[in-house]
Design a protein around this ligand. Structure first.
Ligand code: PMP
Ligand code: GLN
Length: 389
């Protein structure tokens, strides 16, 4: 743990500055190719962008309703039905949030009491551990290990104690690119039912899945709709990560509880972007297929380049990300030092996966590269990485 930060509450000691901010800043300062923070470098569908422009020009510039604009809640409801066969009442079972980040923060703050435990999978998205801590609760991580990053059933079982309140389950998974199998998702469901737990699913990468692999929505398994809070957002699906339009779907009582916390965080956000994301959610299947195919092609461009540069590269079938073991190139396996030096050595930025682990040693030698970039940008990064050898 790093040195004590003055003024900062004990709950947030050790969390410092997010790695994404640090690395994006370094990318700008060193004029590097930024394969760190996951954001695409091209715009999403024209219809979605135009809908936001029309909304601004049409005067939709004041506070939207607390739960989100009806037009968006209705589109989210149709989306859950269309892709997962799940019916949610737009008025009582859907809540629009400031990105998935606020949906997760609001849910954790609303549902956790001091001392409660949350079962997580590590590596995990960087906001999970601090939000659990801000809620006064404790994250109990189950470690996923390369090359396949599957769930060890015994480790998952062992992580559940009488203090466990909920499971926080991210699939498709950042940073590993793992899409958990139907068996793995069923195991989470079985344990949640056996121990009477709620599950928060983080499905922000639900449409960024490759190779014909199926994303299994936990809420669609028998007995799970009533104990699952689904979180997603429009950022990745429509290349609009800066708009921060997210949502949650779940049983009315759970959504009502979370609404209480959420209303005191941002209250509402992104008025004119809400109807625009609604337009996106109703786009035809072709759009969704093309989105995944485009990213799959980008993955297939970057991965061989990383192999040629000398990394051990692990398979990924979703998200924006691929993880590597740096030890063939840096035998001491210090991923943090490697990533801090990489922009200066060859002009490329990546994320040291260590920061996404509670058990830091598990991720020390692992590094994440983002492939959600134009092909010429990926080619430039690969060319630069060849100089490492
Ligand atoms: N969960 C995961 C797994 C993510 O990778 C991200 C973001 N990049 C988020 C949540 C946050 O999503 P948003 O930008 O919609 O807040
Ligand atoms: N989700 C993106 C990533 O994992 C960035 C999120 C952020 O900057 N908070 O890289």
């Amino acid at each position: 743990m790093s040195a004590r930060t003055p003024h900062l509450t004990a709950k947030l000691q050790g969390f410092g500055t997010t790695i994404f901010a640090e690395m994006s800043q370094l990318a700008v300062a060193t004029n590097s190719v930024n394969l760190g923070q996951g954001f695409p470098d091209s715009d999403g569908p024209r219809e979605v962008l135009d809908a936001a422009i029309d909304a601004i020009n049409g005067g939709l510039n004041q506070y939207p309703p607390g739960p989100g604009m009806p037009v968006l809640r209705e589109a989210i409801s149709r989306h859950q039905q269309r892709f997962y066969g799940l019916a949610y009442d737009p008025d009582t079972e859907i809540l629009v949030t400031a990105g998935a980040t606020e949906a997760l923060a609001g849910a954790l703050l609303a549902l956790l009491d001091t001392g409660d435990e949350v079962v997580t999978l590590e590596p995990m998205f960087d906001s999970y551990a601090p939000c659990i801590s801000m809620a006064g609760a404790v994250s109990k991580p189950v470690t996923l290990r390369p090359p396949h990053y599957g769930i060890d059933p015994e480790a998952l079982r062992a992580a559940i104690t009488p203090k466990t309140k909920l499971i926080l389950f991210n699939t498709p998974h950042n940073p590993t690119g793992r899409v958990f199998t139907r068996e793995e998702v069923q195991l989470v469901a079985d344990l949640a039912i056996e121990h009477d737990l709620l599950v928060i699913t983080d499905e922000v990468y639900e449409h960024l899945v490759f190779d014909g692999v199926e994303h299994v929505a936990l809420a669609s398994l028998p007995g799970m709709r009533e104990r699952t809070l689904v979180v997603s957002s429009g950022g990745k699906t429509f290349n609009t990560t800066g708009w921060k339009i997210g949502w949650m779907c779940g049983p009315a009582a759970v959504v009502a509880a979370v609404r209480t916390a959420k209303q005191f965080l941002t209250y509402v956000n992104g008025g004119p972007f809400q109807p625009a994301i609604a337009v996106g959610l109703d786009l035809p299947d072709r759009f969704y297929a093309d989105l995944a195919a485009d990213l799959q092609a980008k993955r297939d461009r970057l991965m061989p380049g990383l192999l040629r540069a000398g990394f051990e590269v692990f398979p990924t079938s979703s998200t924006y990300f691929v993880t590597v073991d740096i030890r063939p190139l840096q035998p001491d396996g210090d991923g943090m030092a490697f990533c801090r030096a990489l922009p200066h050595r060859v002009g490329v930025v990546a994320i040291p996966t260590e920061v996404l682990y509670q058990n830091k040693r598990e991720g020390r030698h692992l590094v994440r590269f983002a492939f959600c970039k134009r092909l010429d940008v990926l080619d430039e990064a690969v060319e630069r990485l060849q100089r490492l050898g």
